[in-house]
Design a protein around this ligand. Sequence first.
Ligand code: NAD
Ligand code: AKB
Length: 312
Amino acid sequence: MRDKILITGANGQIGTVLTHRLREVYGTENVLASDIVEPADSNQPFVFLDILNSTRLLEIINDHKITQVYHLAAILSANGEWNPKKTWNVNLNGLFSILNLGKEGVIKKIFFPSTIAVFGNTTPQINTPQDVPLLPTTVYGMSKTAGELWCNYYHKRYNVDVRSVRYPGIIGHQSIPSGGTTDYAVEIYHEALKHKKYTCFLKEDTRLPMLYMPDAVNGTIKIMEQPTDKIKLRYGYNLSSMSFTPKEIAESIQKYISDFKITYEPDFRQEIAASWSESIDDGQARKDWDWSPKYDLNKMTTDMLENLKNKY
Ligand code: NAD
Ligand code: AKB
Protein backbone atom coordinates (compact mmCIF):
# COMPACT_ATOMS: atom_id res chain seq x y z
CA MET A 1 0.00 0.00 0.00
CA ARG A 2 1.28 3.49 -0.85
CA ASP A 3 2.06 5.86 1.98
CA LYS A 4 -0.44 8.66 2.48
CA ILE A 5 0.98 11.84 3.92
CA LEU A 6 -0.58 14.59 6.03
CA ILE A 7 1.27 17.90 6.38
CA THR A 8 0.27 20.20 9.25
CA GLY A 9 1.04 23.92 8.95
CA ALA A 10 1.29 23.26 5.20
CA ASN A 11 0.65 26.84 4.09
CA GLY A 12 3.63 28.35 5.90
CA GLN A 13 7.06 29.20 4.53
CA ILE A 14 8.43 25.64 4.44
CA GLY A 15 5.12 23.79 4.07
CA THR A 16 4.25 25.57 0.82
CA VAL A 17 7.41 24.26 -0.84
CA LEU A 18 7.61 20.89 0.92
CA THR A 19 3.99 20.06 0.01
CA HIS A 20 4.67 20.80 -3.65
CA ARG A 21 7.79 18.62 -3.67
CA LEU A 22 6.13 15.75 -1.78
CA ARG A 23 3.34 15.79 -4.38
CA GLU A 24 5.92 15.53 -7.15
CA VAL A 25 7.49 12.53 -5.42
CA TYR A 26 4.43 10.67 -4.06
CA GLY A 27 1.57 11.96 -6.25
CA THR A 28 -0.88 14.76 -5.47
CA GLU A 29 -3.58 12.34 -4.33
CA ASN A 30 -1.25 10.92 -1.67
CA VAL A 31 -0.33 14.22 0.00
CA LEU A 32 -2.94 16.08 2.03
CA ALA A 33 -2.17 19.64 3.14
CA SER A 34 -3.71 21.09 6.32
CA ASP A 35 -3.52 24.43 8.11
CA ILE A 36 -5.61 27.07 9.85
CA VAL A 37 -5.12 29.41 6.89
CA GLU A 38 -6.39 28.76 3.37
CA PRO A 39 -3.92 27.68 0.66
CA ALA A 40 -3.09 29.94 -2.29
CA ASP A 41 -4.14 27.18 -4.71
CA SER A 42 -7.64 25.95 -3.84
CA ASN A 43 -7.50 23.11 -6.42
CA GLN A 44 -5.06 21.01 -4.38
CA PRO A 45 -6.11 18.56 -1.61
CA PHE A 46 -6.51 20.62 1.58
CA VAL A 47 -8.34 20.30 4.90
CA PHE A 48 -8.74 22.92 7.60
CA LEU A 49 -7.08 21.59 10.76
CA ASP A 50 -6.25 23.34 14.00
CA ILE A 51 -3.61 21.06 15.45
CA LEU A 52 -5.08 21.55 18.94
CA ASN A 53 -8.29 19.80 17.79
CA SER A 54 -7.23 16.19 18.38
CA THR A 55 -10.70 14.79 17.54
CA ARG A 56 -10.64 16.39 14.09
CA LEU A 57 -7.02 15.26 13.63
CA LEU A 58 -8.01 11.62 14.22
CA GLU A 59 -11.03 11.93 11.90
CA ILE A 60 -8.82 13.27 9.11
CA ILE A 61 -6.20 10.58 9.63
CA ASN A 62 -8.82 7.82 9.52
CA ASP A 63 -10.84 9.30 6.63
CA HIS A 64 -7.76 9.75 4.44
CA LYS A 65 -5.92 6.60 5.64
CA ILE A 66 -2.89 8.69 6.56
CA THR A 67 0.32 6.75 7.31
CA GLN A 68 2.87 9.58 7.70
CA VAL A 69 2.69 13.07 9.21
CA TYR A 70 5.04 15.97 8.54
CA HIS A 71 4.18 18.08 11.56
CA LEU A 72 5.17 21.64 10.62
CA ALA A 73 2.48 23.64 12.47
CA ALA A 74 4.11 25.95 15.01
CA ILE A 75 4.52 29.52 16.20
CA LEU A 76 8.06 30.78 15.56
CA SER A 77 10.64 32.60 17.68
CA ALA A 78 9.71 36.29 17.35
CA ASN A 79 5.91 35.84 17.28
CA GLY A 80 6.18 33.38 20.15
CA GLU A 81 7.45 36.09 22.48
CA TRP A 82 4.17 38.01 22.08
CA ASN A 83 2.12 35.08 23.38
CA PRO A 84 4.25 32.58 25.32
CA LYS A 85 1.37 30.48 26.66
CA LYS A 86 -0.28 30.03 23.27
CA THR A 87 3.10 29.22 21.72
CA TRP A 88 3.80 26.51 24.28
CA ASN A 89 0.30 25.10 23.80
CA VAL A 90 0.40 24.99 19.97
CA ASN A 91 4.01 23.85 19.67
CA LEU A 92 3.89 21.11 22.29
CA ASN A 93 0.31 19.87 22.58
CA GLY A 94 0.02 19.64 18.80
CA LEU A 95 3.08 17.38 18.82
CA PHE A 96 1.65 15.24 21.64
CA SER A 97 -1.47 14.44 19.61
CA ILE A 98 0.67 13.30 16.69
CA LEU A 99 3.08 11.29 18.85
CA ASN A 100 0.15 9.55 20.56
CA LEU A 101 -1.23 8.48 17.17
CA GLY A 102 2.22 7.02 16.50
CA LYS A 103 2.16 5.20 19.84
CA GLU A 104 -1.29 3.74 19.07
CA GLY A 105 -0.04 2.51 15.68
CA VAL A 106 -2.51 4.72 13.77
CA ILE A 107 0.35 6.40 11.88
CA LYS A 108 3.68 4.82 10.99
CA LYS A 109 6.13 7.70 10.61
CA ILE A 110 6.44 11.28 11.88
CA PHE A 111 8.62 14.24 10.93
CA PHE A 112 9.21 16.88 13.61
CA PRO A 113 11.13 20.01 12.57
CA SER A 114 13.31 21.35 15.35
CA THR A 115 15.49 24.43 15.11
CA ILE A 116 18.69 26.22 16.05
CA ALA A 117 16.46 28.05 18.58
CA VAL A 118 17.03 25.08 20.94
CA PHE A 119 20.52 26.52 21.50
CA GLY A 120 21.10 29.23 24.08
CA ASN A 121 23.76 31.27 25.81
CA THR A 122 25.44 28.17 27.34
CA THR A 123 25.85 26.47 23.95
CA PRO A 124 29.23 26.69 22.18
CA GLN A 125 28.37 29.11 19.37
CA ILE A 126 30.96 28.21 16.77
CA ASN A 127 30.68 24.88 15.00
CA THR A 128 28.08 23.85 17.58
CA PRO A 129 28.36 20.08 18.18
CA GLN A 130 25.36 17.74 18.05
CA ASP A 131 25.09 17.18 21.80
CA VAL A 132 25.46 20.36 23.82
CA PRO A 133 23.87 22.08 26.82
CA LEU A 134 20.48 23.44 25.75
CA LEU A 135 19.25 26.50 27.61
CA PRO A 136 17.04 28.31 25.07
CA THR A 137 16.02 31.90 25.74
CA THR A 138 12.69 31.97 23.83
CA VAL A 139 9.46 30.11 24.50
CA TYR A 140 9.72 28.83 20.92
CA GLY A 141 13.16 27.36 21.69
CA MET A 142 11.87 25.92 24.97
CA SER A 143 8.95 24.24 23.22
CA LYS A 144 11.17 22.78 20.49
CA THR A 145 13.73 21.53 23.05
CA ALA A 146 10.94 19.82 24.99
CA GLY A 147 9.52 18.54 21.68
CA GLU A 148 12.85 16.92 20.79
CA LEU A 149 12.98 15.23 24.20
CA TRP A 150 9.42 13.91 23.80
CA CYS A 151 10.24 12.56 20.33
CA ASN A 152 13.24 10.75 21.78
CA TYR A 153 11.12 9.42 24.67
CA TYR A 154 8.28 8.17 22.44
CA HIS A 155 10.81 6.37 20.27
CA LYS A 156 12.67 4.72 23.14
CA ARG A 157 9.58 3.87 25.19
CA TYR A 158 6.93 3.15 22.53
CA ASN A 159 9.04 2.56 19.42
CA VAL A 160 7.43 5.48 17.57
CA ASP A 161 9.25 6.09 14.26
CA VAL A 162 9.85 9.82 14.59
CA ARG A 163 12.59 11.70 12.74
CA SER A 164 13.77 15.23 13.38
CA VAL A 165 16.25 17.85 12.20
CA ARG A 166 17.29 21.20 13.65
CA TYR A 167 16.74 23.54 10.72
CA PRO A 168 18.87 26.70 10.63
CA GLY A 169 17.17 29.81 9.17
CA ILE A 170 15.50 28.72 5.92
CA ILE A 171 15.67 30.93 2.83
CA GLY A 172 13.55 30.46 -0.27
CA HIS A 173 11.97 32.45 -3.09
CA GLN A 174 8.67 30.57 -3.27
CA SER A 175 7.15 31.69 0.05
CA ILE A 176 7.37 34.44 2.65
CA PRO A 177 8.47 33.78 6.23
CA SER A 178 6.74 35.44 9.14
CA GLY A 179 7.32 35.66 12.85
CA GLY A 180 10.90 34.38 12.88
CA THR A 181 14.28 35.92 13.71
CA THR A 182 15.95 34.73 10.49
CA ASP A 183 13.21 36.27 8.29
CA TYR A 184 15.51 39.16 7.36
CA ALA A 185 17.50 36.86 5.07
CA VAL A 186 14.46 36.40 2.80
CA GLU A 187 13.08 39.95 3.10
CA ILE A 188 16.43 41.41 2.00
CA TYR A 189 16.19 39.86 -1.50
CA HIS A 190 12.64 41.14 -2.06
CA GLU A 191 13.54 44.65 -0.87
CA ALA A 192 16.76 44.69 -2.91
CA LEU A 193 14.78 44.03 -6.08
CA LYS A 194 11.86 46.30 -5.19
CA HIS A 195 13.58 49.33 -3.61
CA LYS A 196 17.35 48.73 -3.78
CA LYS A 197 17.51 49.24 -0.02
CA TYR A 198 16.77 47.31 3.14
CA THR A 199 16.69 48.14 6.84
CA CYS A 200 17.80 45.08 8.80
CA PHE A 201 16.45 44.33 12.29
CA LEU A 202 19.73 42.61 13.25
CA LYS A 203 23.19 44.15 13.65
CA GLU A 204 25.54 43.96 10.67
CA ASP A 205 27.86 41.40 12.28
CA THR A 206 25.23 38.95 13.61
CA ARG A 207 26.33 35.61 12.20
CA LEU A 208 23.68 32.89 11.92
CA PRO A 209 23.52 29.48 10.25
CA MET A 210 21.20 29.36 7.24
CA LEU A 211 20.01 26.79 4.70
CA TYR A 212 18.56 27.22 1.22
CA MET A 213 15.06 25.84 0.67
CA PRO A 214 15.92 23.14 -1.93
CA ASP A 215 18.50 21.68 0.46
CA ALA A 216 16.02 21.88 3.37
CA VAL A 217 13.27 20.13 1.41
CA ASN A 218 15.57 17.45 -0.03
CA GLY A 219 17.08 16.79 3.41
CA THR A 220 13.63 16.50 4.98
CA ILE A 221 12.43 13.95 2.45
CA LYS A 222 15.77 12.14 2.61
CA ILE A 223 15.70 11.59 6.37
CA MET A 224 12.10 10.35 6.10
CA GLU A 225 13.01 7.85 3.37
CA GLN A 226 15.96 6.27 5.23
CA PRO A 227 15.72 2.70 6.55
CA THR A 228 14.98 2.95 10.25
CA ASP A 229 18.34 1.53 11.38
CA LYS A 230 20.17 4.49 9.80
CA ILE A 231 18.42 6.95 12.10
CA LYS A 232 20.56 6.82 15.22
CA LEU A 233 19.13 9.99 16.82
CA ARG A 234 15.44 10.45 17.51
CA TYR A 235 15.85 14.07 18.57
CA GLY A 236 16.94 16.81 16.15
CA TYR A 237 19.92 16.18 13.89
CA ASN A 238 22.07 19.31 13.43
CA LEU A 239 21.94 20.50 9.80
CA SER A 240 24.21 23.08 8.23
CA SER A 241 25.33 24.48 4.92
CA MET A 242 26.26 28.18 5.30
CA SER A 243 26.65 30.90 7.93
CA PHE A 244 26.70 34.62 7.21
CA THR A 245 26.06 38.06 8.66
CA PRO A 246 23.63 40.69 7.31
CA LYS A 247 26.65 42.57 5.95
CA GLU A 248 27.87 39.50 4.06
CA ILE A 249 24.47 38.70 2.49
CA ALA A 250 24.19 42.38 1.45
CA GLU A 251 27.63 42.14 -0.21
CA SER A 252 26.58 39.01 -2.08
CA ILE A 253 23.51 40.92 -3.40
CA GLN A 254 25.67 43.96 -4.32
CA LYS A 255 27.55 41.75 -6.80
CA TYR A 256 24.31 41.81 -8.85
CA ILE A 257 22.69 45.09 -7.71
CA SER A 258 25.65 47.40 -7.19
CA ASP A 259 23.62 50.33 -5.80
CA PHE A 260 21.81 48.20 -3.18
CA LYS A 261 22.09 49.77 0.30
CA ILE A 262 21.59 48.20 3.71
CA THR A 263 21.04 50.02 7.01
CA TYR A 264 20.63 48.54 10.50
CA GLU A 265 17.97 49.15 13.16
CA PRO A 266 18.28 46.24 15.60
CA ASP A 267 15.14 45.42 17.61
CA PHE A 268 14.21 42.72 20.17
CA ARG A 269 15.13 40.01 17.66
CA GLN A 270 18.83 40.96 18.02
CA GLU A 271 18.92 39.44 21.49
CA ILE A 272 17.28 36.24 20.26
CA ALA A 273 19.76 35.94 17.38
CA ALA A 274 22.70 36.59 19.69
CA SER A 275 21.72 33.60 21.83
CA TRP A 276 21.82 31.18 18.86
CA SER A 277 24.79 29.46 17.22
CA GLU A 278 26.93 31.13 14.60
CA SER A 279 27.77 27.91 12.82
CA ILE A 280 26.84 24.25 13.17
CA ASP A 281 28.65 20.91 13.10
CA ASP A 282 26.33 18.60 11.17
CA GLY A 283 28.79 15.68 10.99
CA GLN A 284 26.39 13.20 12.54
CA ALA A 285 23.68 13.79 9.89
CA ARG A 286 26.33 13.50 7.17
CA LYS A 287 27.57 10.22 8.65
CA ASP A 288 24.26 8.56 9.54
CA TRP A 289 22.12 9.36 6.50
CA ASP A 290 24.42 11.06 4.04
CA TRP A 291 23.13 14.62 4.47
CA SER A 292 24.88 16.79 1.88
CA PRO A 293 23.60 20.30 1.05
CA LYS A 294 24.44 21.87 -2.32
CA TYR A 295 24.10 25.63 -1.82
CA ASP A 296 26.48 28.22 -0.38
CA LEU A 297 25.74 31.95 0.00
CA ASN A 298 26.76 33.02 -3.51
CA LYS A 299 24.99 30.15 -5.26
CA MET A 300 21.86 30.90 -3.23
CA THR A 301 21.96 34.63 -4.04
CA THR A 302 22.25 33.89 -7.76
CA ASP A 303 19.25 31.56 -7.59
CA MET A 304 17.12 33.84 -5.38
CA LEU A 305 17.61 36.90 -7.59
CA GLU A 306 17.09 34.90 -10.77
CA ASN A 307 13.79 33.52 -9.48
CA LEU A 308 12.51 36.74 -7.92
CA LYS A 309 13.45 39.22 -10.62
CA ASN A 310 10.36 38.58 -12.76
CA LYS A 311 8.11 39.16 -9.78
CA TYR A 312 9.07 42.85 -9.44
P1 NAD B 1 5.41 29.31 9.28
O1 NAD B 1 5.09 30.16 10.46
O2 NAD B 1 5.65 29.96 7.98
O3 NAD B 1 4.27 28.21 9.10
C1 NAD B 1 3.67 27.57 10.19
C2 NAD B 1 2.25 27.25 9.79
O4 NAD B 1 1.62 26.67 10.95
C3 NAD B 1 1.44 28.49 9.39
O5 NAD B 1 0.91 28.33 8.09
C4 NAD B 1 0.35 28.57 10.44
O6 NAD B 1 -0.90 28.98 9.93
C5 NAD B 1 0.29 27.13 10.95
N1 NAD B 1 -0.27 27.05 12.29
C6 NAD B 1 -0.07 27.87 13.34
N2 NAD B 1 -0.82 27.48 14.38
C7 NAD B 1 -1.51 26.39 13.97
C8 NAD B 1 -2.46 25.55 14.60
N3 NAD B 1 -2.90 25.77 15.83
N4 NAD B 1 -2.95 24.50 13.90
C9 NAD B 1 -2.53 24.28 12.63
N5 NAD B 1 -1.65 25.06 11.98
C10 NAD B 1 -1.15 26.11 12.66
O7 NAD B 1 6.63 28.40 9.69
P2 NAD B 1 7.70 27.68 8.75
O8 NAD B 1 8.83 28.61 8.63
O9 NAD B 1 7.06 27.15 7.53
O10 NAD B 1 8.18 26.51 9.71
C11 NAD B 1 7.64 25.20 9.63
C12 NAD B 1 8.24 24.39 10.76
O11 NAD B 1 9.65 24.38 10.62
C13 NAD B 1 7.94 24.95 12.14
O12 NAD B 1 7.68 23.89 13.02
C14 NAD B 1 9.21 25.67 12.52
O13 NAD B 1 9.41 25.66 13.90
C15 NAD B 1 10.25 24.86 11.81
N6 NAD B 1 11.45 25.65 11.50
C16 NAD B 1 11.40 26.64 10.56
C17 NAD B 1 12.54 27.39 10.29
C18 NAD B 1 12.55 28.47 9.25
O14 NAD B 1 13.57 29.19 9.11
N7 NAD B 1 11.48 28.65 8.47
C19 NAD B 1 13.71 27.13 10.99
C20 NAD B 1 13.71 26.16 11.98
C21 NAD B 1 12.57 25.40 12.21
C1 AKB C 1 12.97 31.58 13.52
O1 AKB C 1 13.73 32.52 13.23
O2 AKB C 1 12.20 31.57 14.49
C2 AKB C 1 13.04 30.34 12.67
C3 AKB C 1 13.97 29.36 13.26
C4 AKB C 1 15.42 29.48 13.05
O3 AKB C 1 13.54 28.45 13.93
N1 AKB C 1 13.42 30.74 11.35
